[in-house]
Design a protein around this ligand. Structure first.
Ligand code: FAD
Ligand code: 2HG
Ligand code: ZN
Length: 480
């Protein structure tokens, strides 16, 4: 009872019966129609173990044609479905709320092609991000996105959530990097939008509807994505700042002085660092024994080893002299760089180990961002640990509130305060994780009634029976 916000199953949806199972076995083959309790328990539970569904059926299609047949059948029977990728989503979007059929994309994991001239990679939606990273690395390319969940999340899940991550500051959104998609609509129709062109203004660009719509408009089956060339020189600095305003000023300086080579600018506060040190094995503070209130990671990626390094070193020296940085260390090799990243990428895992967590993924004006963390600390007092970290270079704060157990009194102190505060500062209540189940009813804090109305019309047009990921993204009252 820690995460769910919906209490009633929509009665328009059918429940699965023996005929349905037989039909799915006909379409997929016995082996790919899964009713095994252990598999279902895992697929019903989200990464945070906060949202739990009670689905009795998981389907594992191996081709677009199979996805199409499954959806066509589910639509005709009014059976609700949840598309599921790596199940690393953080807003309760990837698991059923009640007994929705889980459509797991993990078996659609073929890499279809890489054009080494254009850098366009075409692959199936179930490819795990890290596998694409390794494949491209061998060919001299990189993925335009990187995130802590890379070992489990799938490119289809990334596209469906419009995931941001650690390289966004350099390569931008998937709305720019995804060149084409194939998606299956609720009625089984396959939309071939799998272009590989950089420029293509022929009418409405429909693929964008599927980027970030969290499985509510269709199932993404194939993706073409622009992979940047791998550059020879990557450097990573782990820095300490005495206060938040120094982090902010360091960002402005980094954009001006490292602009063309800057590839990541991440921050975490001292409380986030403590949490990581207390809960993750084998992690140490590279700046210890000193402790600091703020830490910043700056990564540069460029093509000239000596001049890139010189540029970064000069920048760090100047920032140190100017008092923007109070301490810092430059990774000397790949292993040390990985150990720095482990600290930043390990925060969500450390939070999980610490107990219960309330997560807020906010876009805010950089100069206001940390005020919210401080306001929250004052509001909650010693009842909870409030930490702030995230993608400072993108104006994206991850505000997390950690406590031993879920507590409705604490929650009532956090919400709606956090949403109202964000809305007042014209921020977004979902910078990169999506709305999922957690925030389906909160969309109005960041979108006008007119916009939400158009979204609901699009949903109705593409999925008139509302079978695709019900109770998620839009307020249920509008979506069905
Ligand atoms: P899932 O969790 O399985 O699904 C997410 C949503 O997409 C669900 O609504 C699901 O129904 C839908 N979906 C999945 N596959 C498809 C498909 N093929 N077609 C249609 N709909 C589909 N997010 C960020 O943006 N930036 C980060 O830096 C970041 N870091 C993370 C670090 C950790 C440790 C964790 C656990 C999560 C992180 N996330 C981050 C959140 C998460 O959004 C991403 O991990 C990822 O994009 C989700 O991919 P997935 O394959 O696990 O999708
Ligand atoms: C990250 O940037 C992820 O590490 C997770 O987006 C954020 O745990 C969070 O709040
Ligand atoms: Zn993030």
């Amino acid at each position: 009872g820690s995460g769910s916000t919906v209490t009633k199953r929509n009665p328009v949806f059918s429940t699965i019966n023996a005929d349905d199972i037989a039909q799915f076995k006909e379409i997929l083959g016995e082996k790919y129609v899964i009713q095994d309790e252990e598999r279902l328990l895992a697929a019903n539970t989200d990464w945070m173990r906060k949202y739990k569904g009670s689905s009795k059926l998981l389907l594992q299609p191996r081709s677009t044609e199979e996805v199409s047949q499954i959806l066509k059948y589910c639509n005709s029977r009014c059976l609700a479905v949840v598309p599921q990728g790596g199940n690393t989503g953080l807003v309760g979007g990837s698991v059923p709320v009640f007994d929705e059929v889980i459509i797991n994309m993990g078996s659609m994991n073929d890499i279809i092609s890489l054009d080494k001239v254009s850098g366009v990679l075409v692959c199936e939606a179930g490819c795990i991000l890290e596998n694409l990273v390794s494949f491209l690395d061998n060919q001299g390319f990189i993925m335009p996105l990187d995130l802590g969940a890379k070992g489990s999340c799938q490119i289809g899940g990334n596209v469906s959530t419009n995931a941001g991550g650690l390289r966004f500051v350099r390569y931008g959104s998937l709305h720019g990097n995804v060149l084409g998609l194939e998606a299956v609509l609720a009625n089984g129709i396959v939309l071939d939008m799998l272009g590989t062109l950089r420029k293509d203004n022929t009418g409405y660009d429909l693929k964008h509807l599927f980027i970030g719509s969290e499985g509510s408009l269709g199932i993404v089956t194939k993706i073409s994505i622009l992979a940047p060339p791998k550059l020879s020189s990557v450097n990573l600095a782990f820095l300490a700042c005495k206060d938040y305003v120094s982090c902010q000023n360091l960002l402005l300086e980094a954009k001006r002085k490292l602009g063309e080579i800057l590839s990541a600018f991440e921050f975490l506060d001292g409380n986030s660092m403590d949490l990581v040190l207390n809960h993750l094995e084998g992690v140490r503070n590279p700046l210890s024994p000193s402790t600091h209130d703020f830490y910043v990671l700056i990564e540069t990626t460029g093509s000239d080893e000596s001049s890139d390094k010189e540029k970064l070193e000069a920048f760090l020296l100047r920032s140190m002299e100017g008092g923007l940085i109070s301490d810092g260390v430059l990774a000397q090799d790949m292993n040390q760089a990985l150990s720095f990243w482990r600290i930043r990428e390990g925060v969500p895992e450390a939070l999980m180990k610490a107990g219960a967590v309330y997560k807020y993924d906010l876009s805010l004006p950089v100069e206001k961002m940390y005020d919210l963390v401080e306001a929250m600390r004052i509001r909650l007092g010693p009842a909870a640990e409030v930490i702030g970290y995230g993608h400072l270079g993108d104006g994206n704060l991850h505000l997390n509130i950690s406590l031993p157990e879920y507590n409705d009194n604490v929650l009532a102190q956090i919400e709606p305060f956090v949403y109202e505060w964000t809305s007042k500062h014209r921020g977004s209540i979902s910078a990169e994780h999506g709305l999922g189940l957690m925030k389906a009813n909160k969309i109005h804090y960041s979108r006008s009634p007119e916009s939400v109305h158009v979204m609901a019309s699009i949903k109705k047009l593409l999925d008139p029976n509302g079978i695709l990921n019900p109770y998620k993204v839009l307020p249920p009252s509008l979506a069905s």
